[in-house]
Design a protein around this ligand. Structure first.
Ligand code: SIN
Length: 301
């Protein structure tokens, strides 16, 4: 029954009422200190007029915070931040996380994604960061240190639009479902069984609603991702896999996405509660070095 409702249902041709309504809400707001150049229908904007390297007054920050919630991912070009400035900017949104599995950069709170001819990009799967935590990250600030001449774009997908555009019977079918998110589903694969058990004590599998409510905007959104979600609670394996595949596929629908072409010192700030992202792996053997700082979030509800 659930699978029947889910499979074969894609974004219908013709009018996209859900997207249009969401877009109108986003565009209803206006900004005086920053200029926004929208990228996708309901997600992503390039920001002009903000200096993230220490020159951000409270009024400009307040506009950035408002734009962040509405557009879900913001991009800033030409921000040659020091590690300290990177951390300071992220801290304006809250306390910072340390990642237990990924390599650090200049401090423990900085995750460094460093790729070259010997290290290939593996972030080319739709995901939201650390959904295996009981309290997954609120958001992240990613800064480009070195970029390939061509390739290495990052795509973002709006999970509010992905939910909003589901057919009504599918929304009903997934209402109240919960799913398990588990680090072992991804990071755990490269660990010894002993290490996996050790980390499991610290990071037990986390059960989150499949449809969560954004704690600030109140928007309902799909919260399930291909890297860390292992199964839907209460469904047999076959049904759970079918439901997850159908919901994972929502992130890959271009109408819900925006795509960013990096330059050195570009910065992306995304709301990890309401978007998924995908870092293209199309630039090997070129060098690509990115620093990510993530902000502690709250328990999905
Ligand atoms: C990530 O998955 O957080 C990394 C994104 C990127 O390198 O573009």
């Amino acid at each position: 029954m659930i699978v029947e409702a889910l499979t074969g249902k894609r974004l219908p041709h013709g009018r996209r009422e859900g997207l249009r309504t969401l877009q109108e809400e986003i565009y209803a707001d206006s900004f005086e200190r920053i200029v926004l150049r929208p990228l996708g229908a309901t997600i992503g904007a390039e920001v002009e007029g903000a200096d993230l390297c220490g020159g951000l007054d409270d009024a400009t920050f307040a506009e950035i915070e408002r734009a962040f919630l509405a557009y879900k991912v913001l991009f800033f070009r030409g921000q040659p931040m020091s590690a300290r400035q990177h951390l300071d900017f992220a801290r304006r949104f809250g306390e910072l996380e340390e990642h237990p599995f990924l390599p650090s950069g200049d401090s423990e709170e900085v995750v460094r994604f460093s790729k070259d001819e010997n290290t290939v990009g593996i972030e080319n799967m739709w995901h939201s960061d650390v959904s295996w935590r009981l309290e997954p990250a609120l958001g992240s600030v990613l800064r480009a240190r070195e970029v390939p001449a061509v390739g290495g774009d990052t795509l973002f997908s709006d999970m509010v639009a992905a939910y909003e555009c589901l057919p009504e019977d599918v929304k009903e079918a997934v209402e109240g479902m919960t799913a398990v998110h588990d680090f072992a589903h991804n990071f755990g694969l490269a660990m010894s069984a002993e290490d996996r058990e050790k980390f499991r004590e610290q990071y037990p599998p986390a059960e989150h609603p499949v449809v969560r409510t954004h704690p600030v905007t109140g928007k309902r959104l799909l919260y399930i991702n291909a890297i860390f979600t292992s199964h839907i609670v209460g469904l047999d394996r076959e049904t759970s896999d079918a439901v997850m595949d159908a919901l994972f596929a929502q992130a890959a629908i271009p109408e819900f996405q925006c795509r960013f072409r990096w330059e050195r010192d570009s910065v992306a700030l995304w709301d990890n509660r309401s978007v998924q992202h995908y870092a293209t792996n199309d630039y090997w053997p070129q060098v690509r070095v990115m620093d990510r700082v993530s902000i502690v979030g709250d328990r999905p509800r």
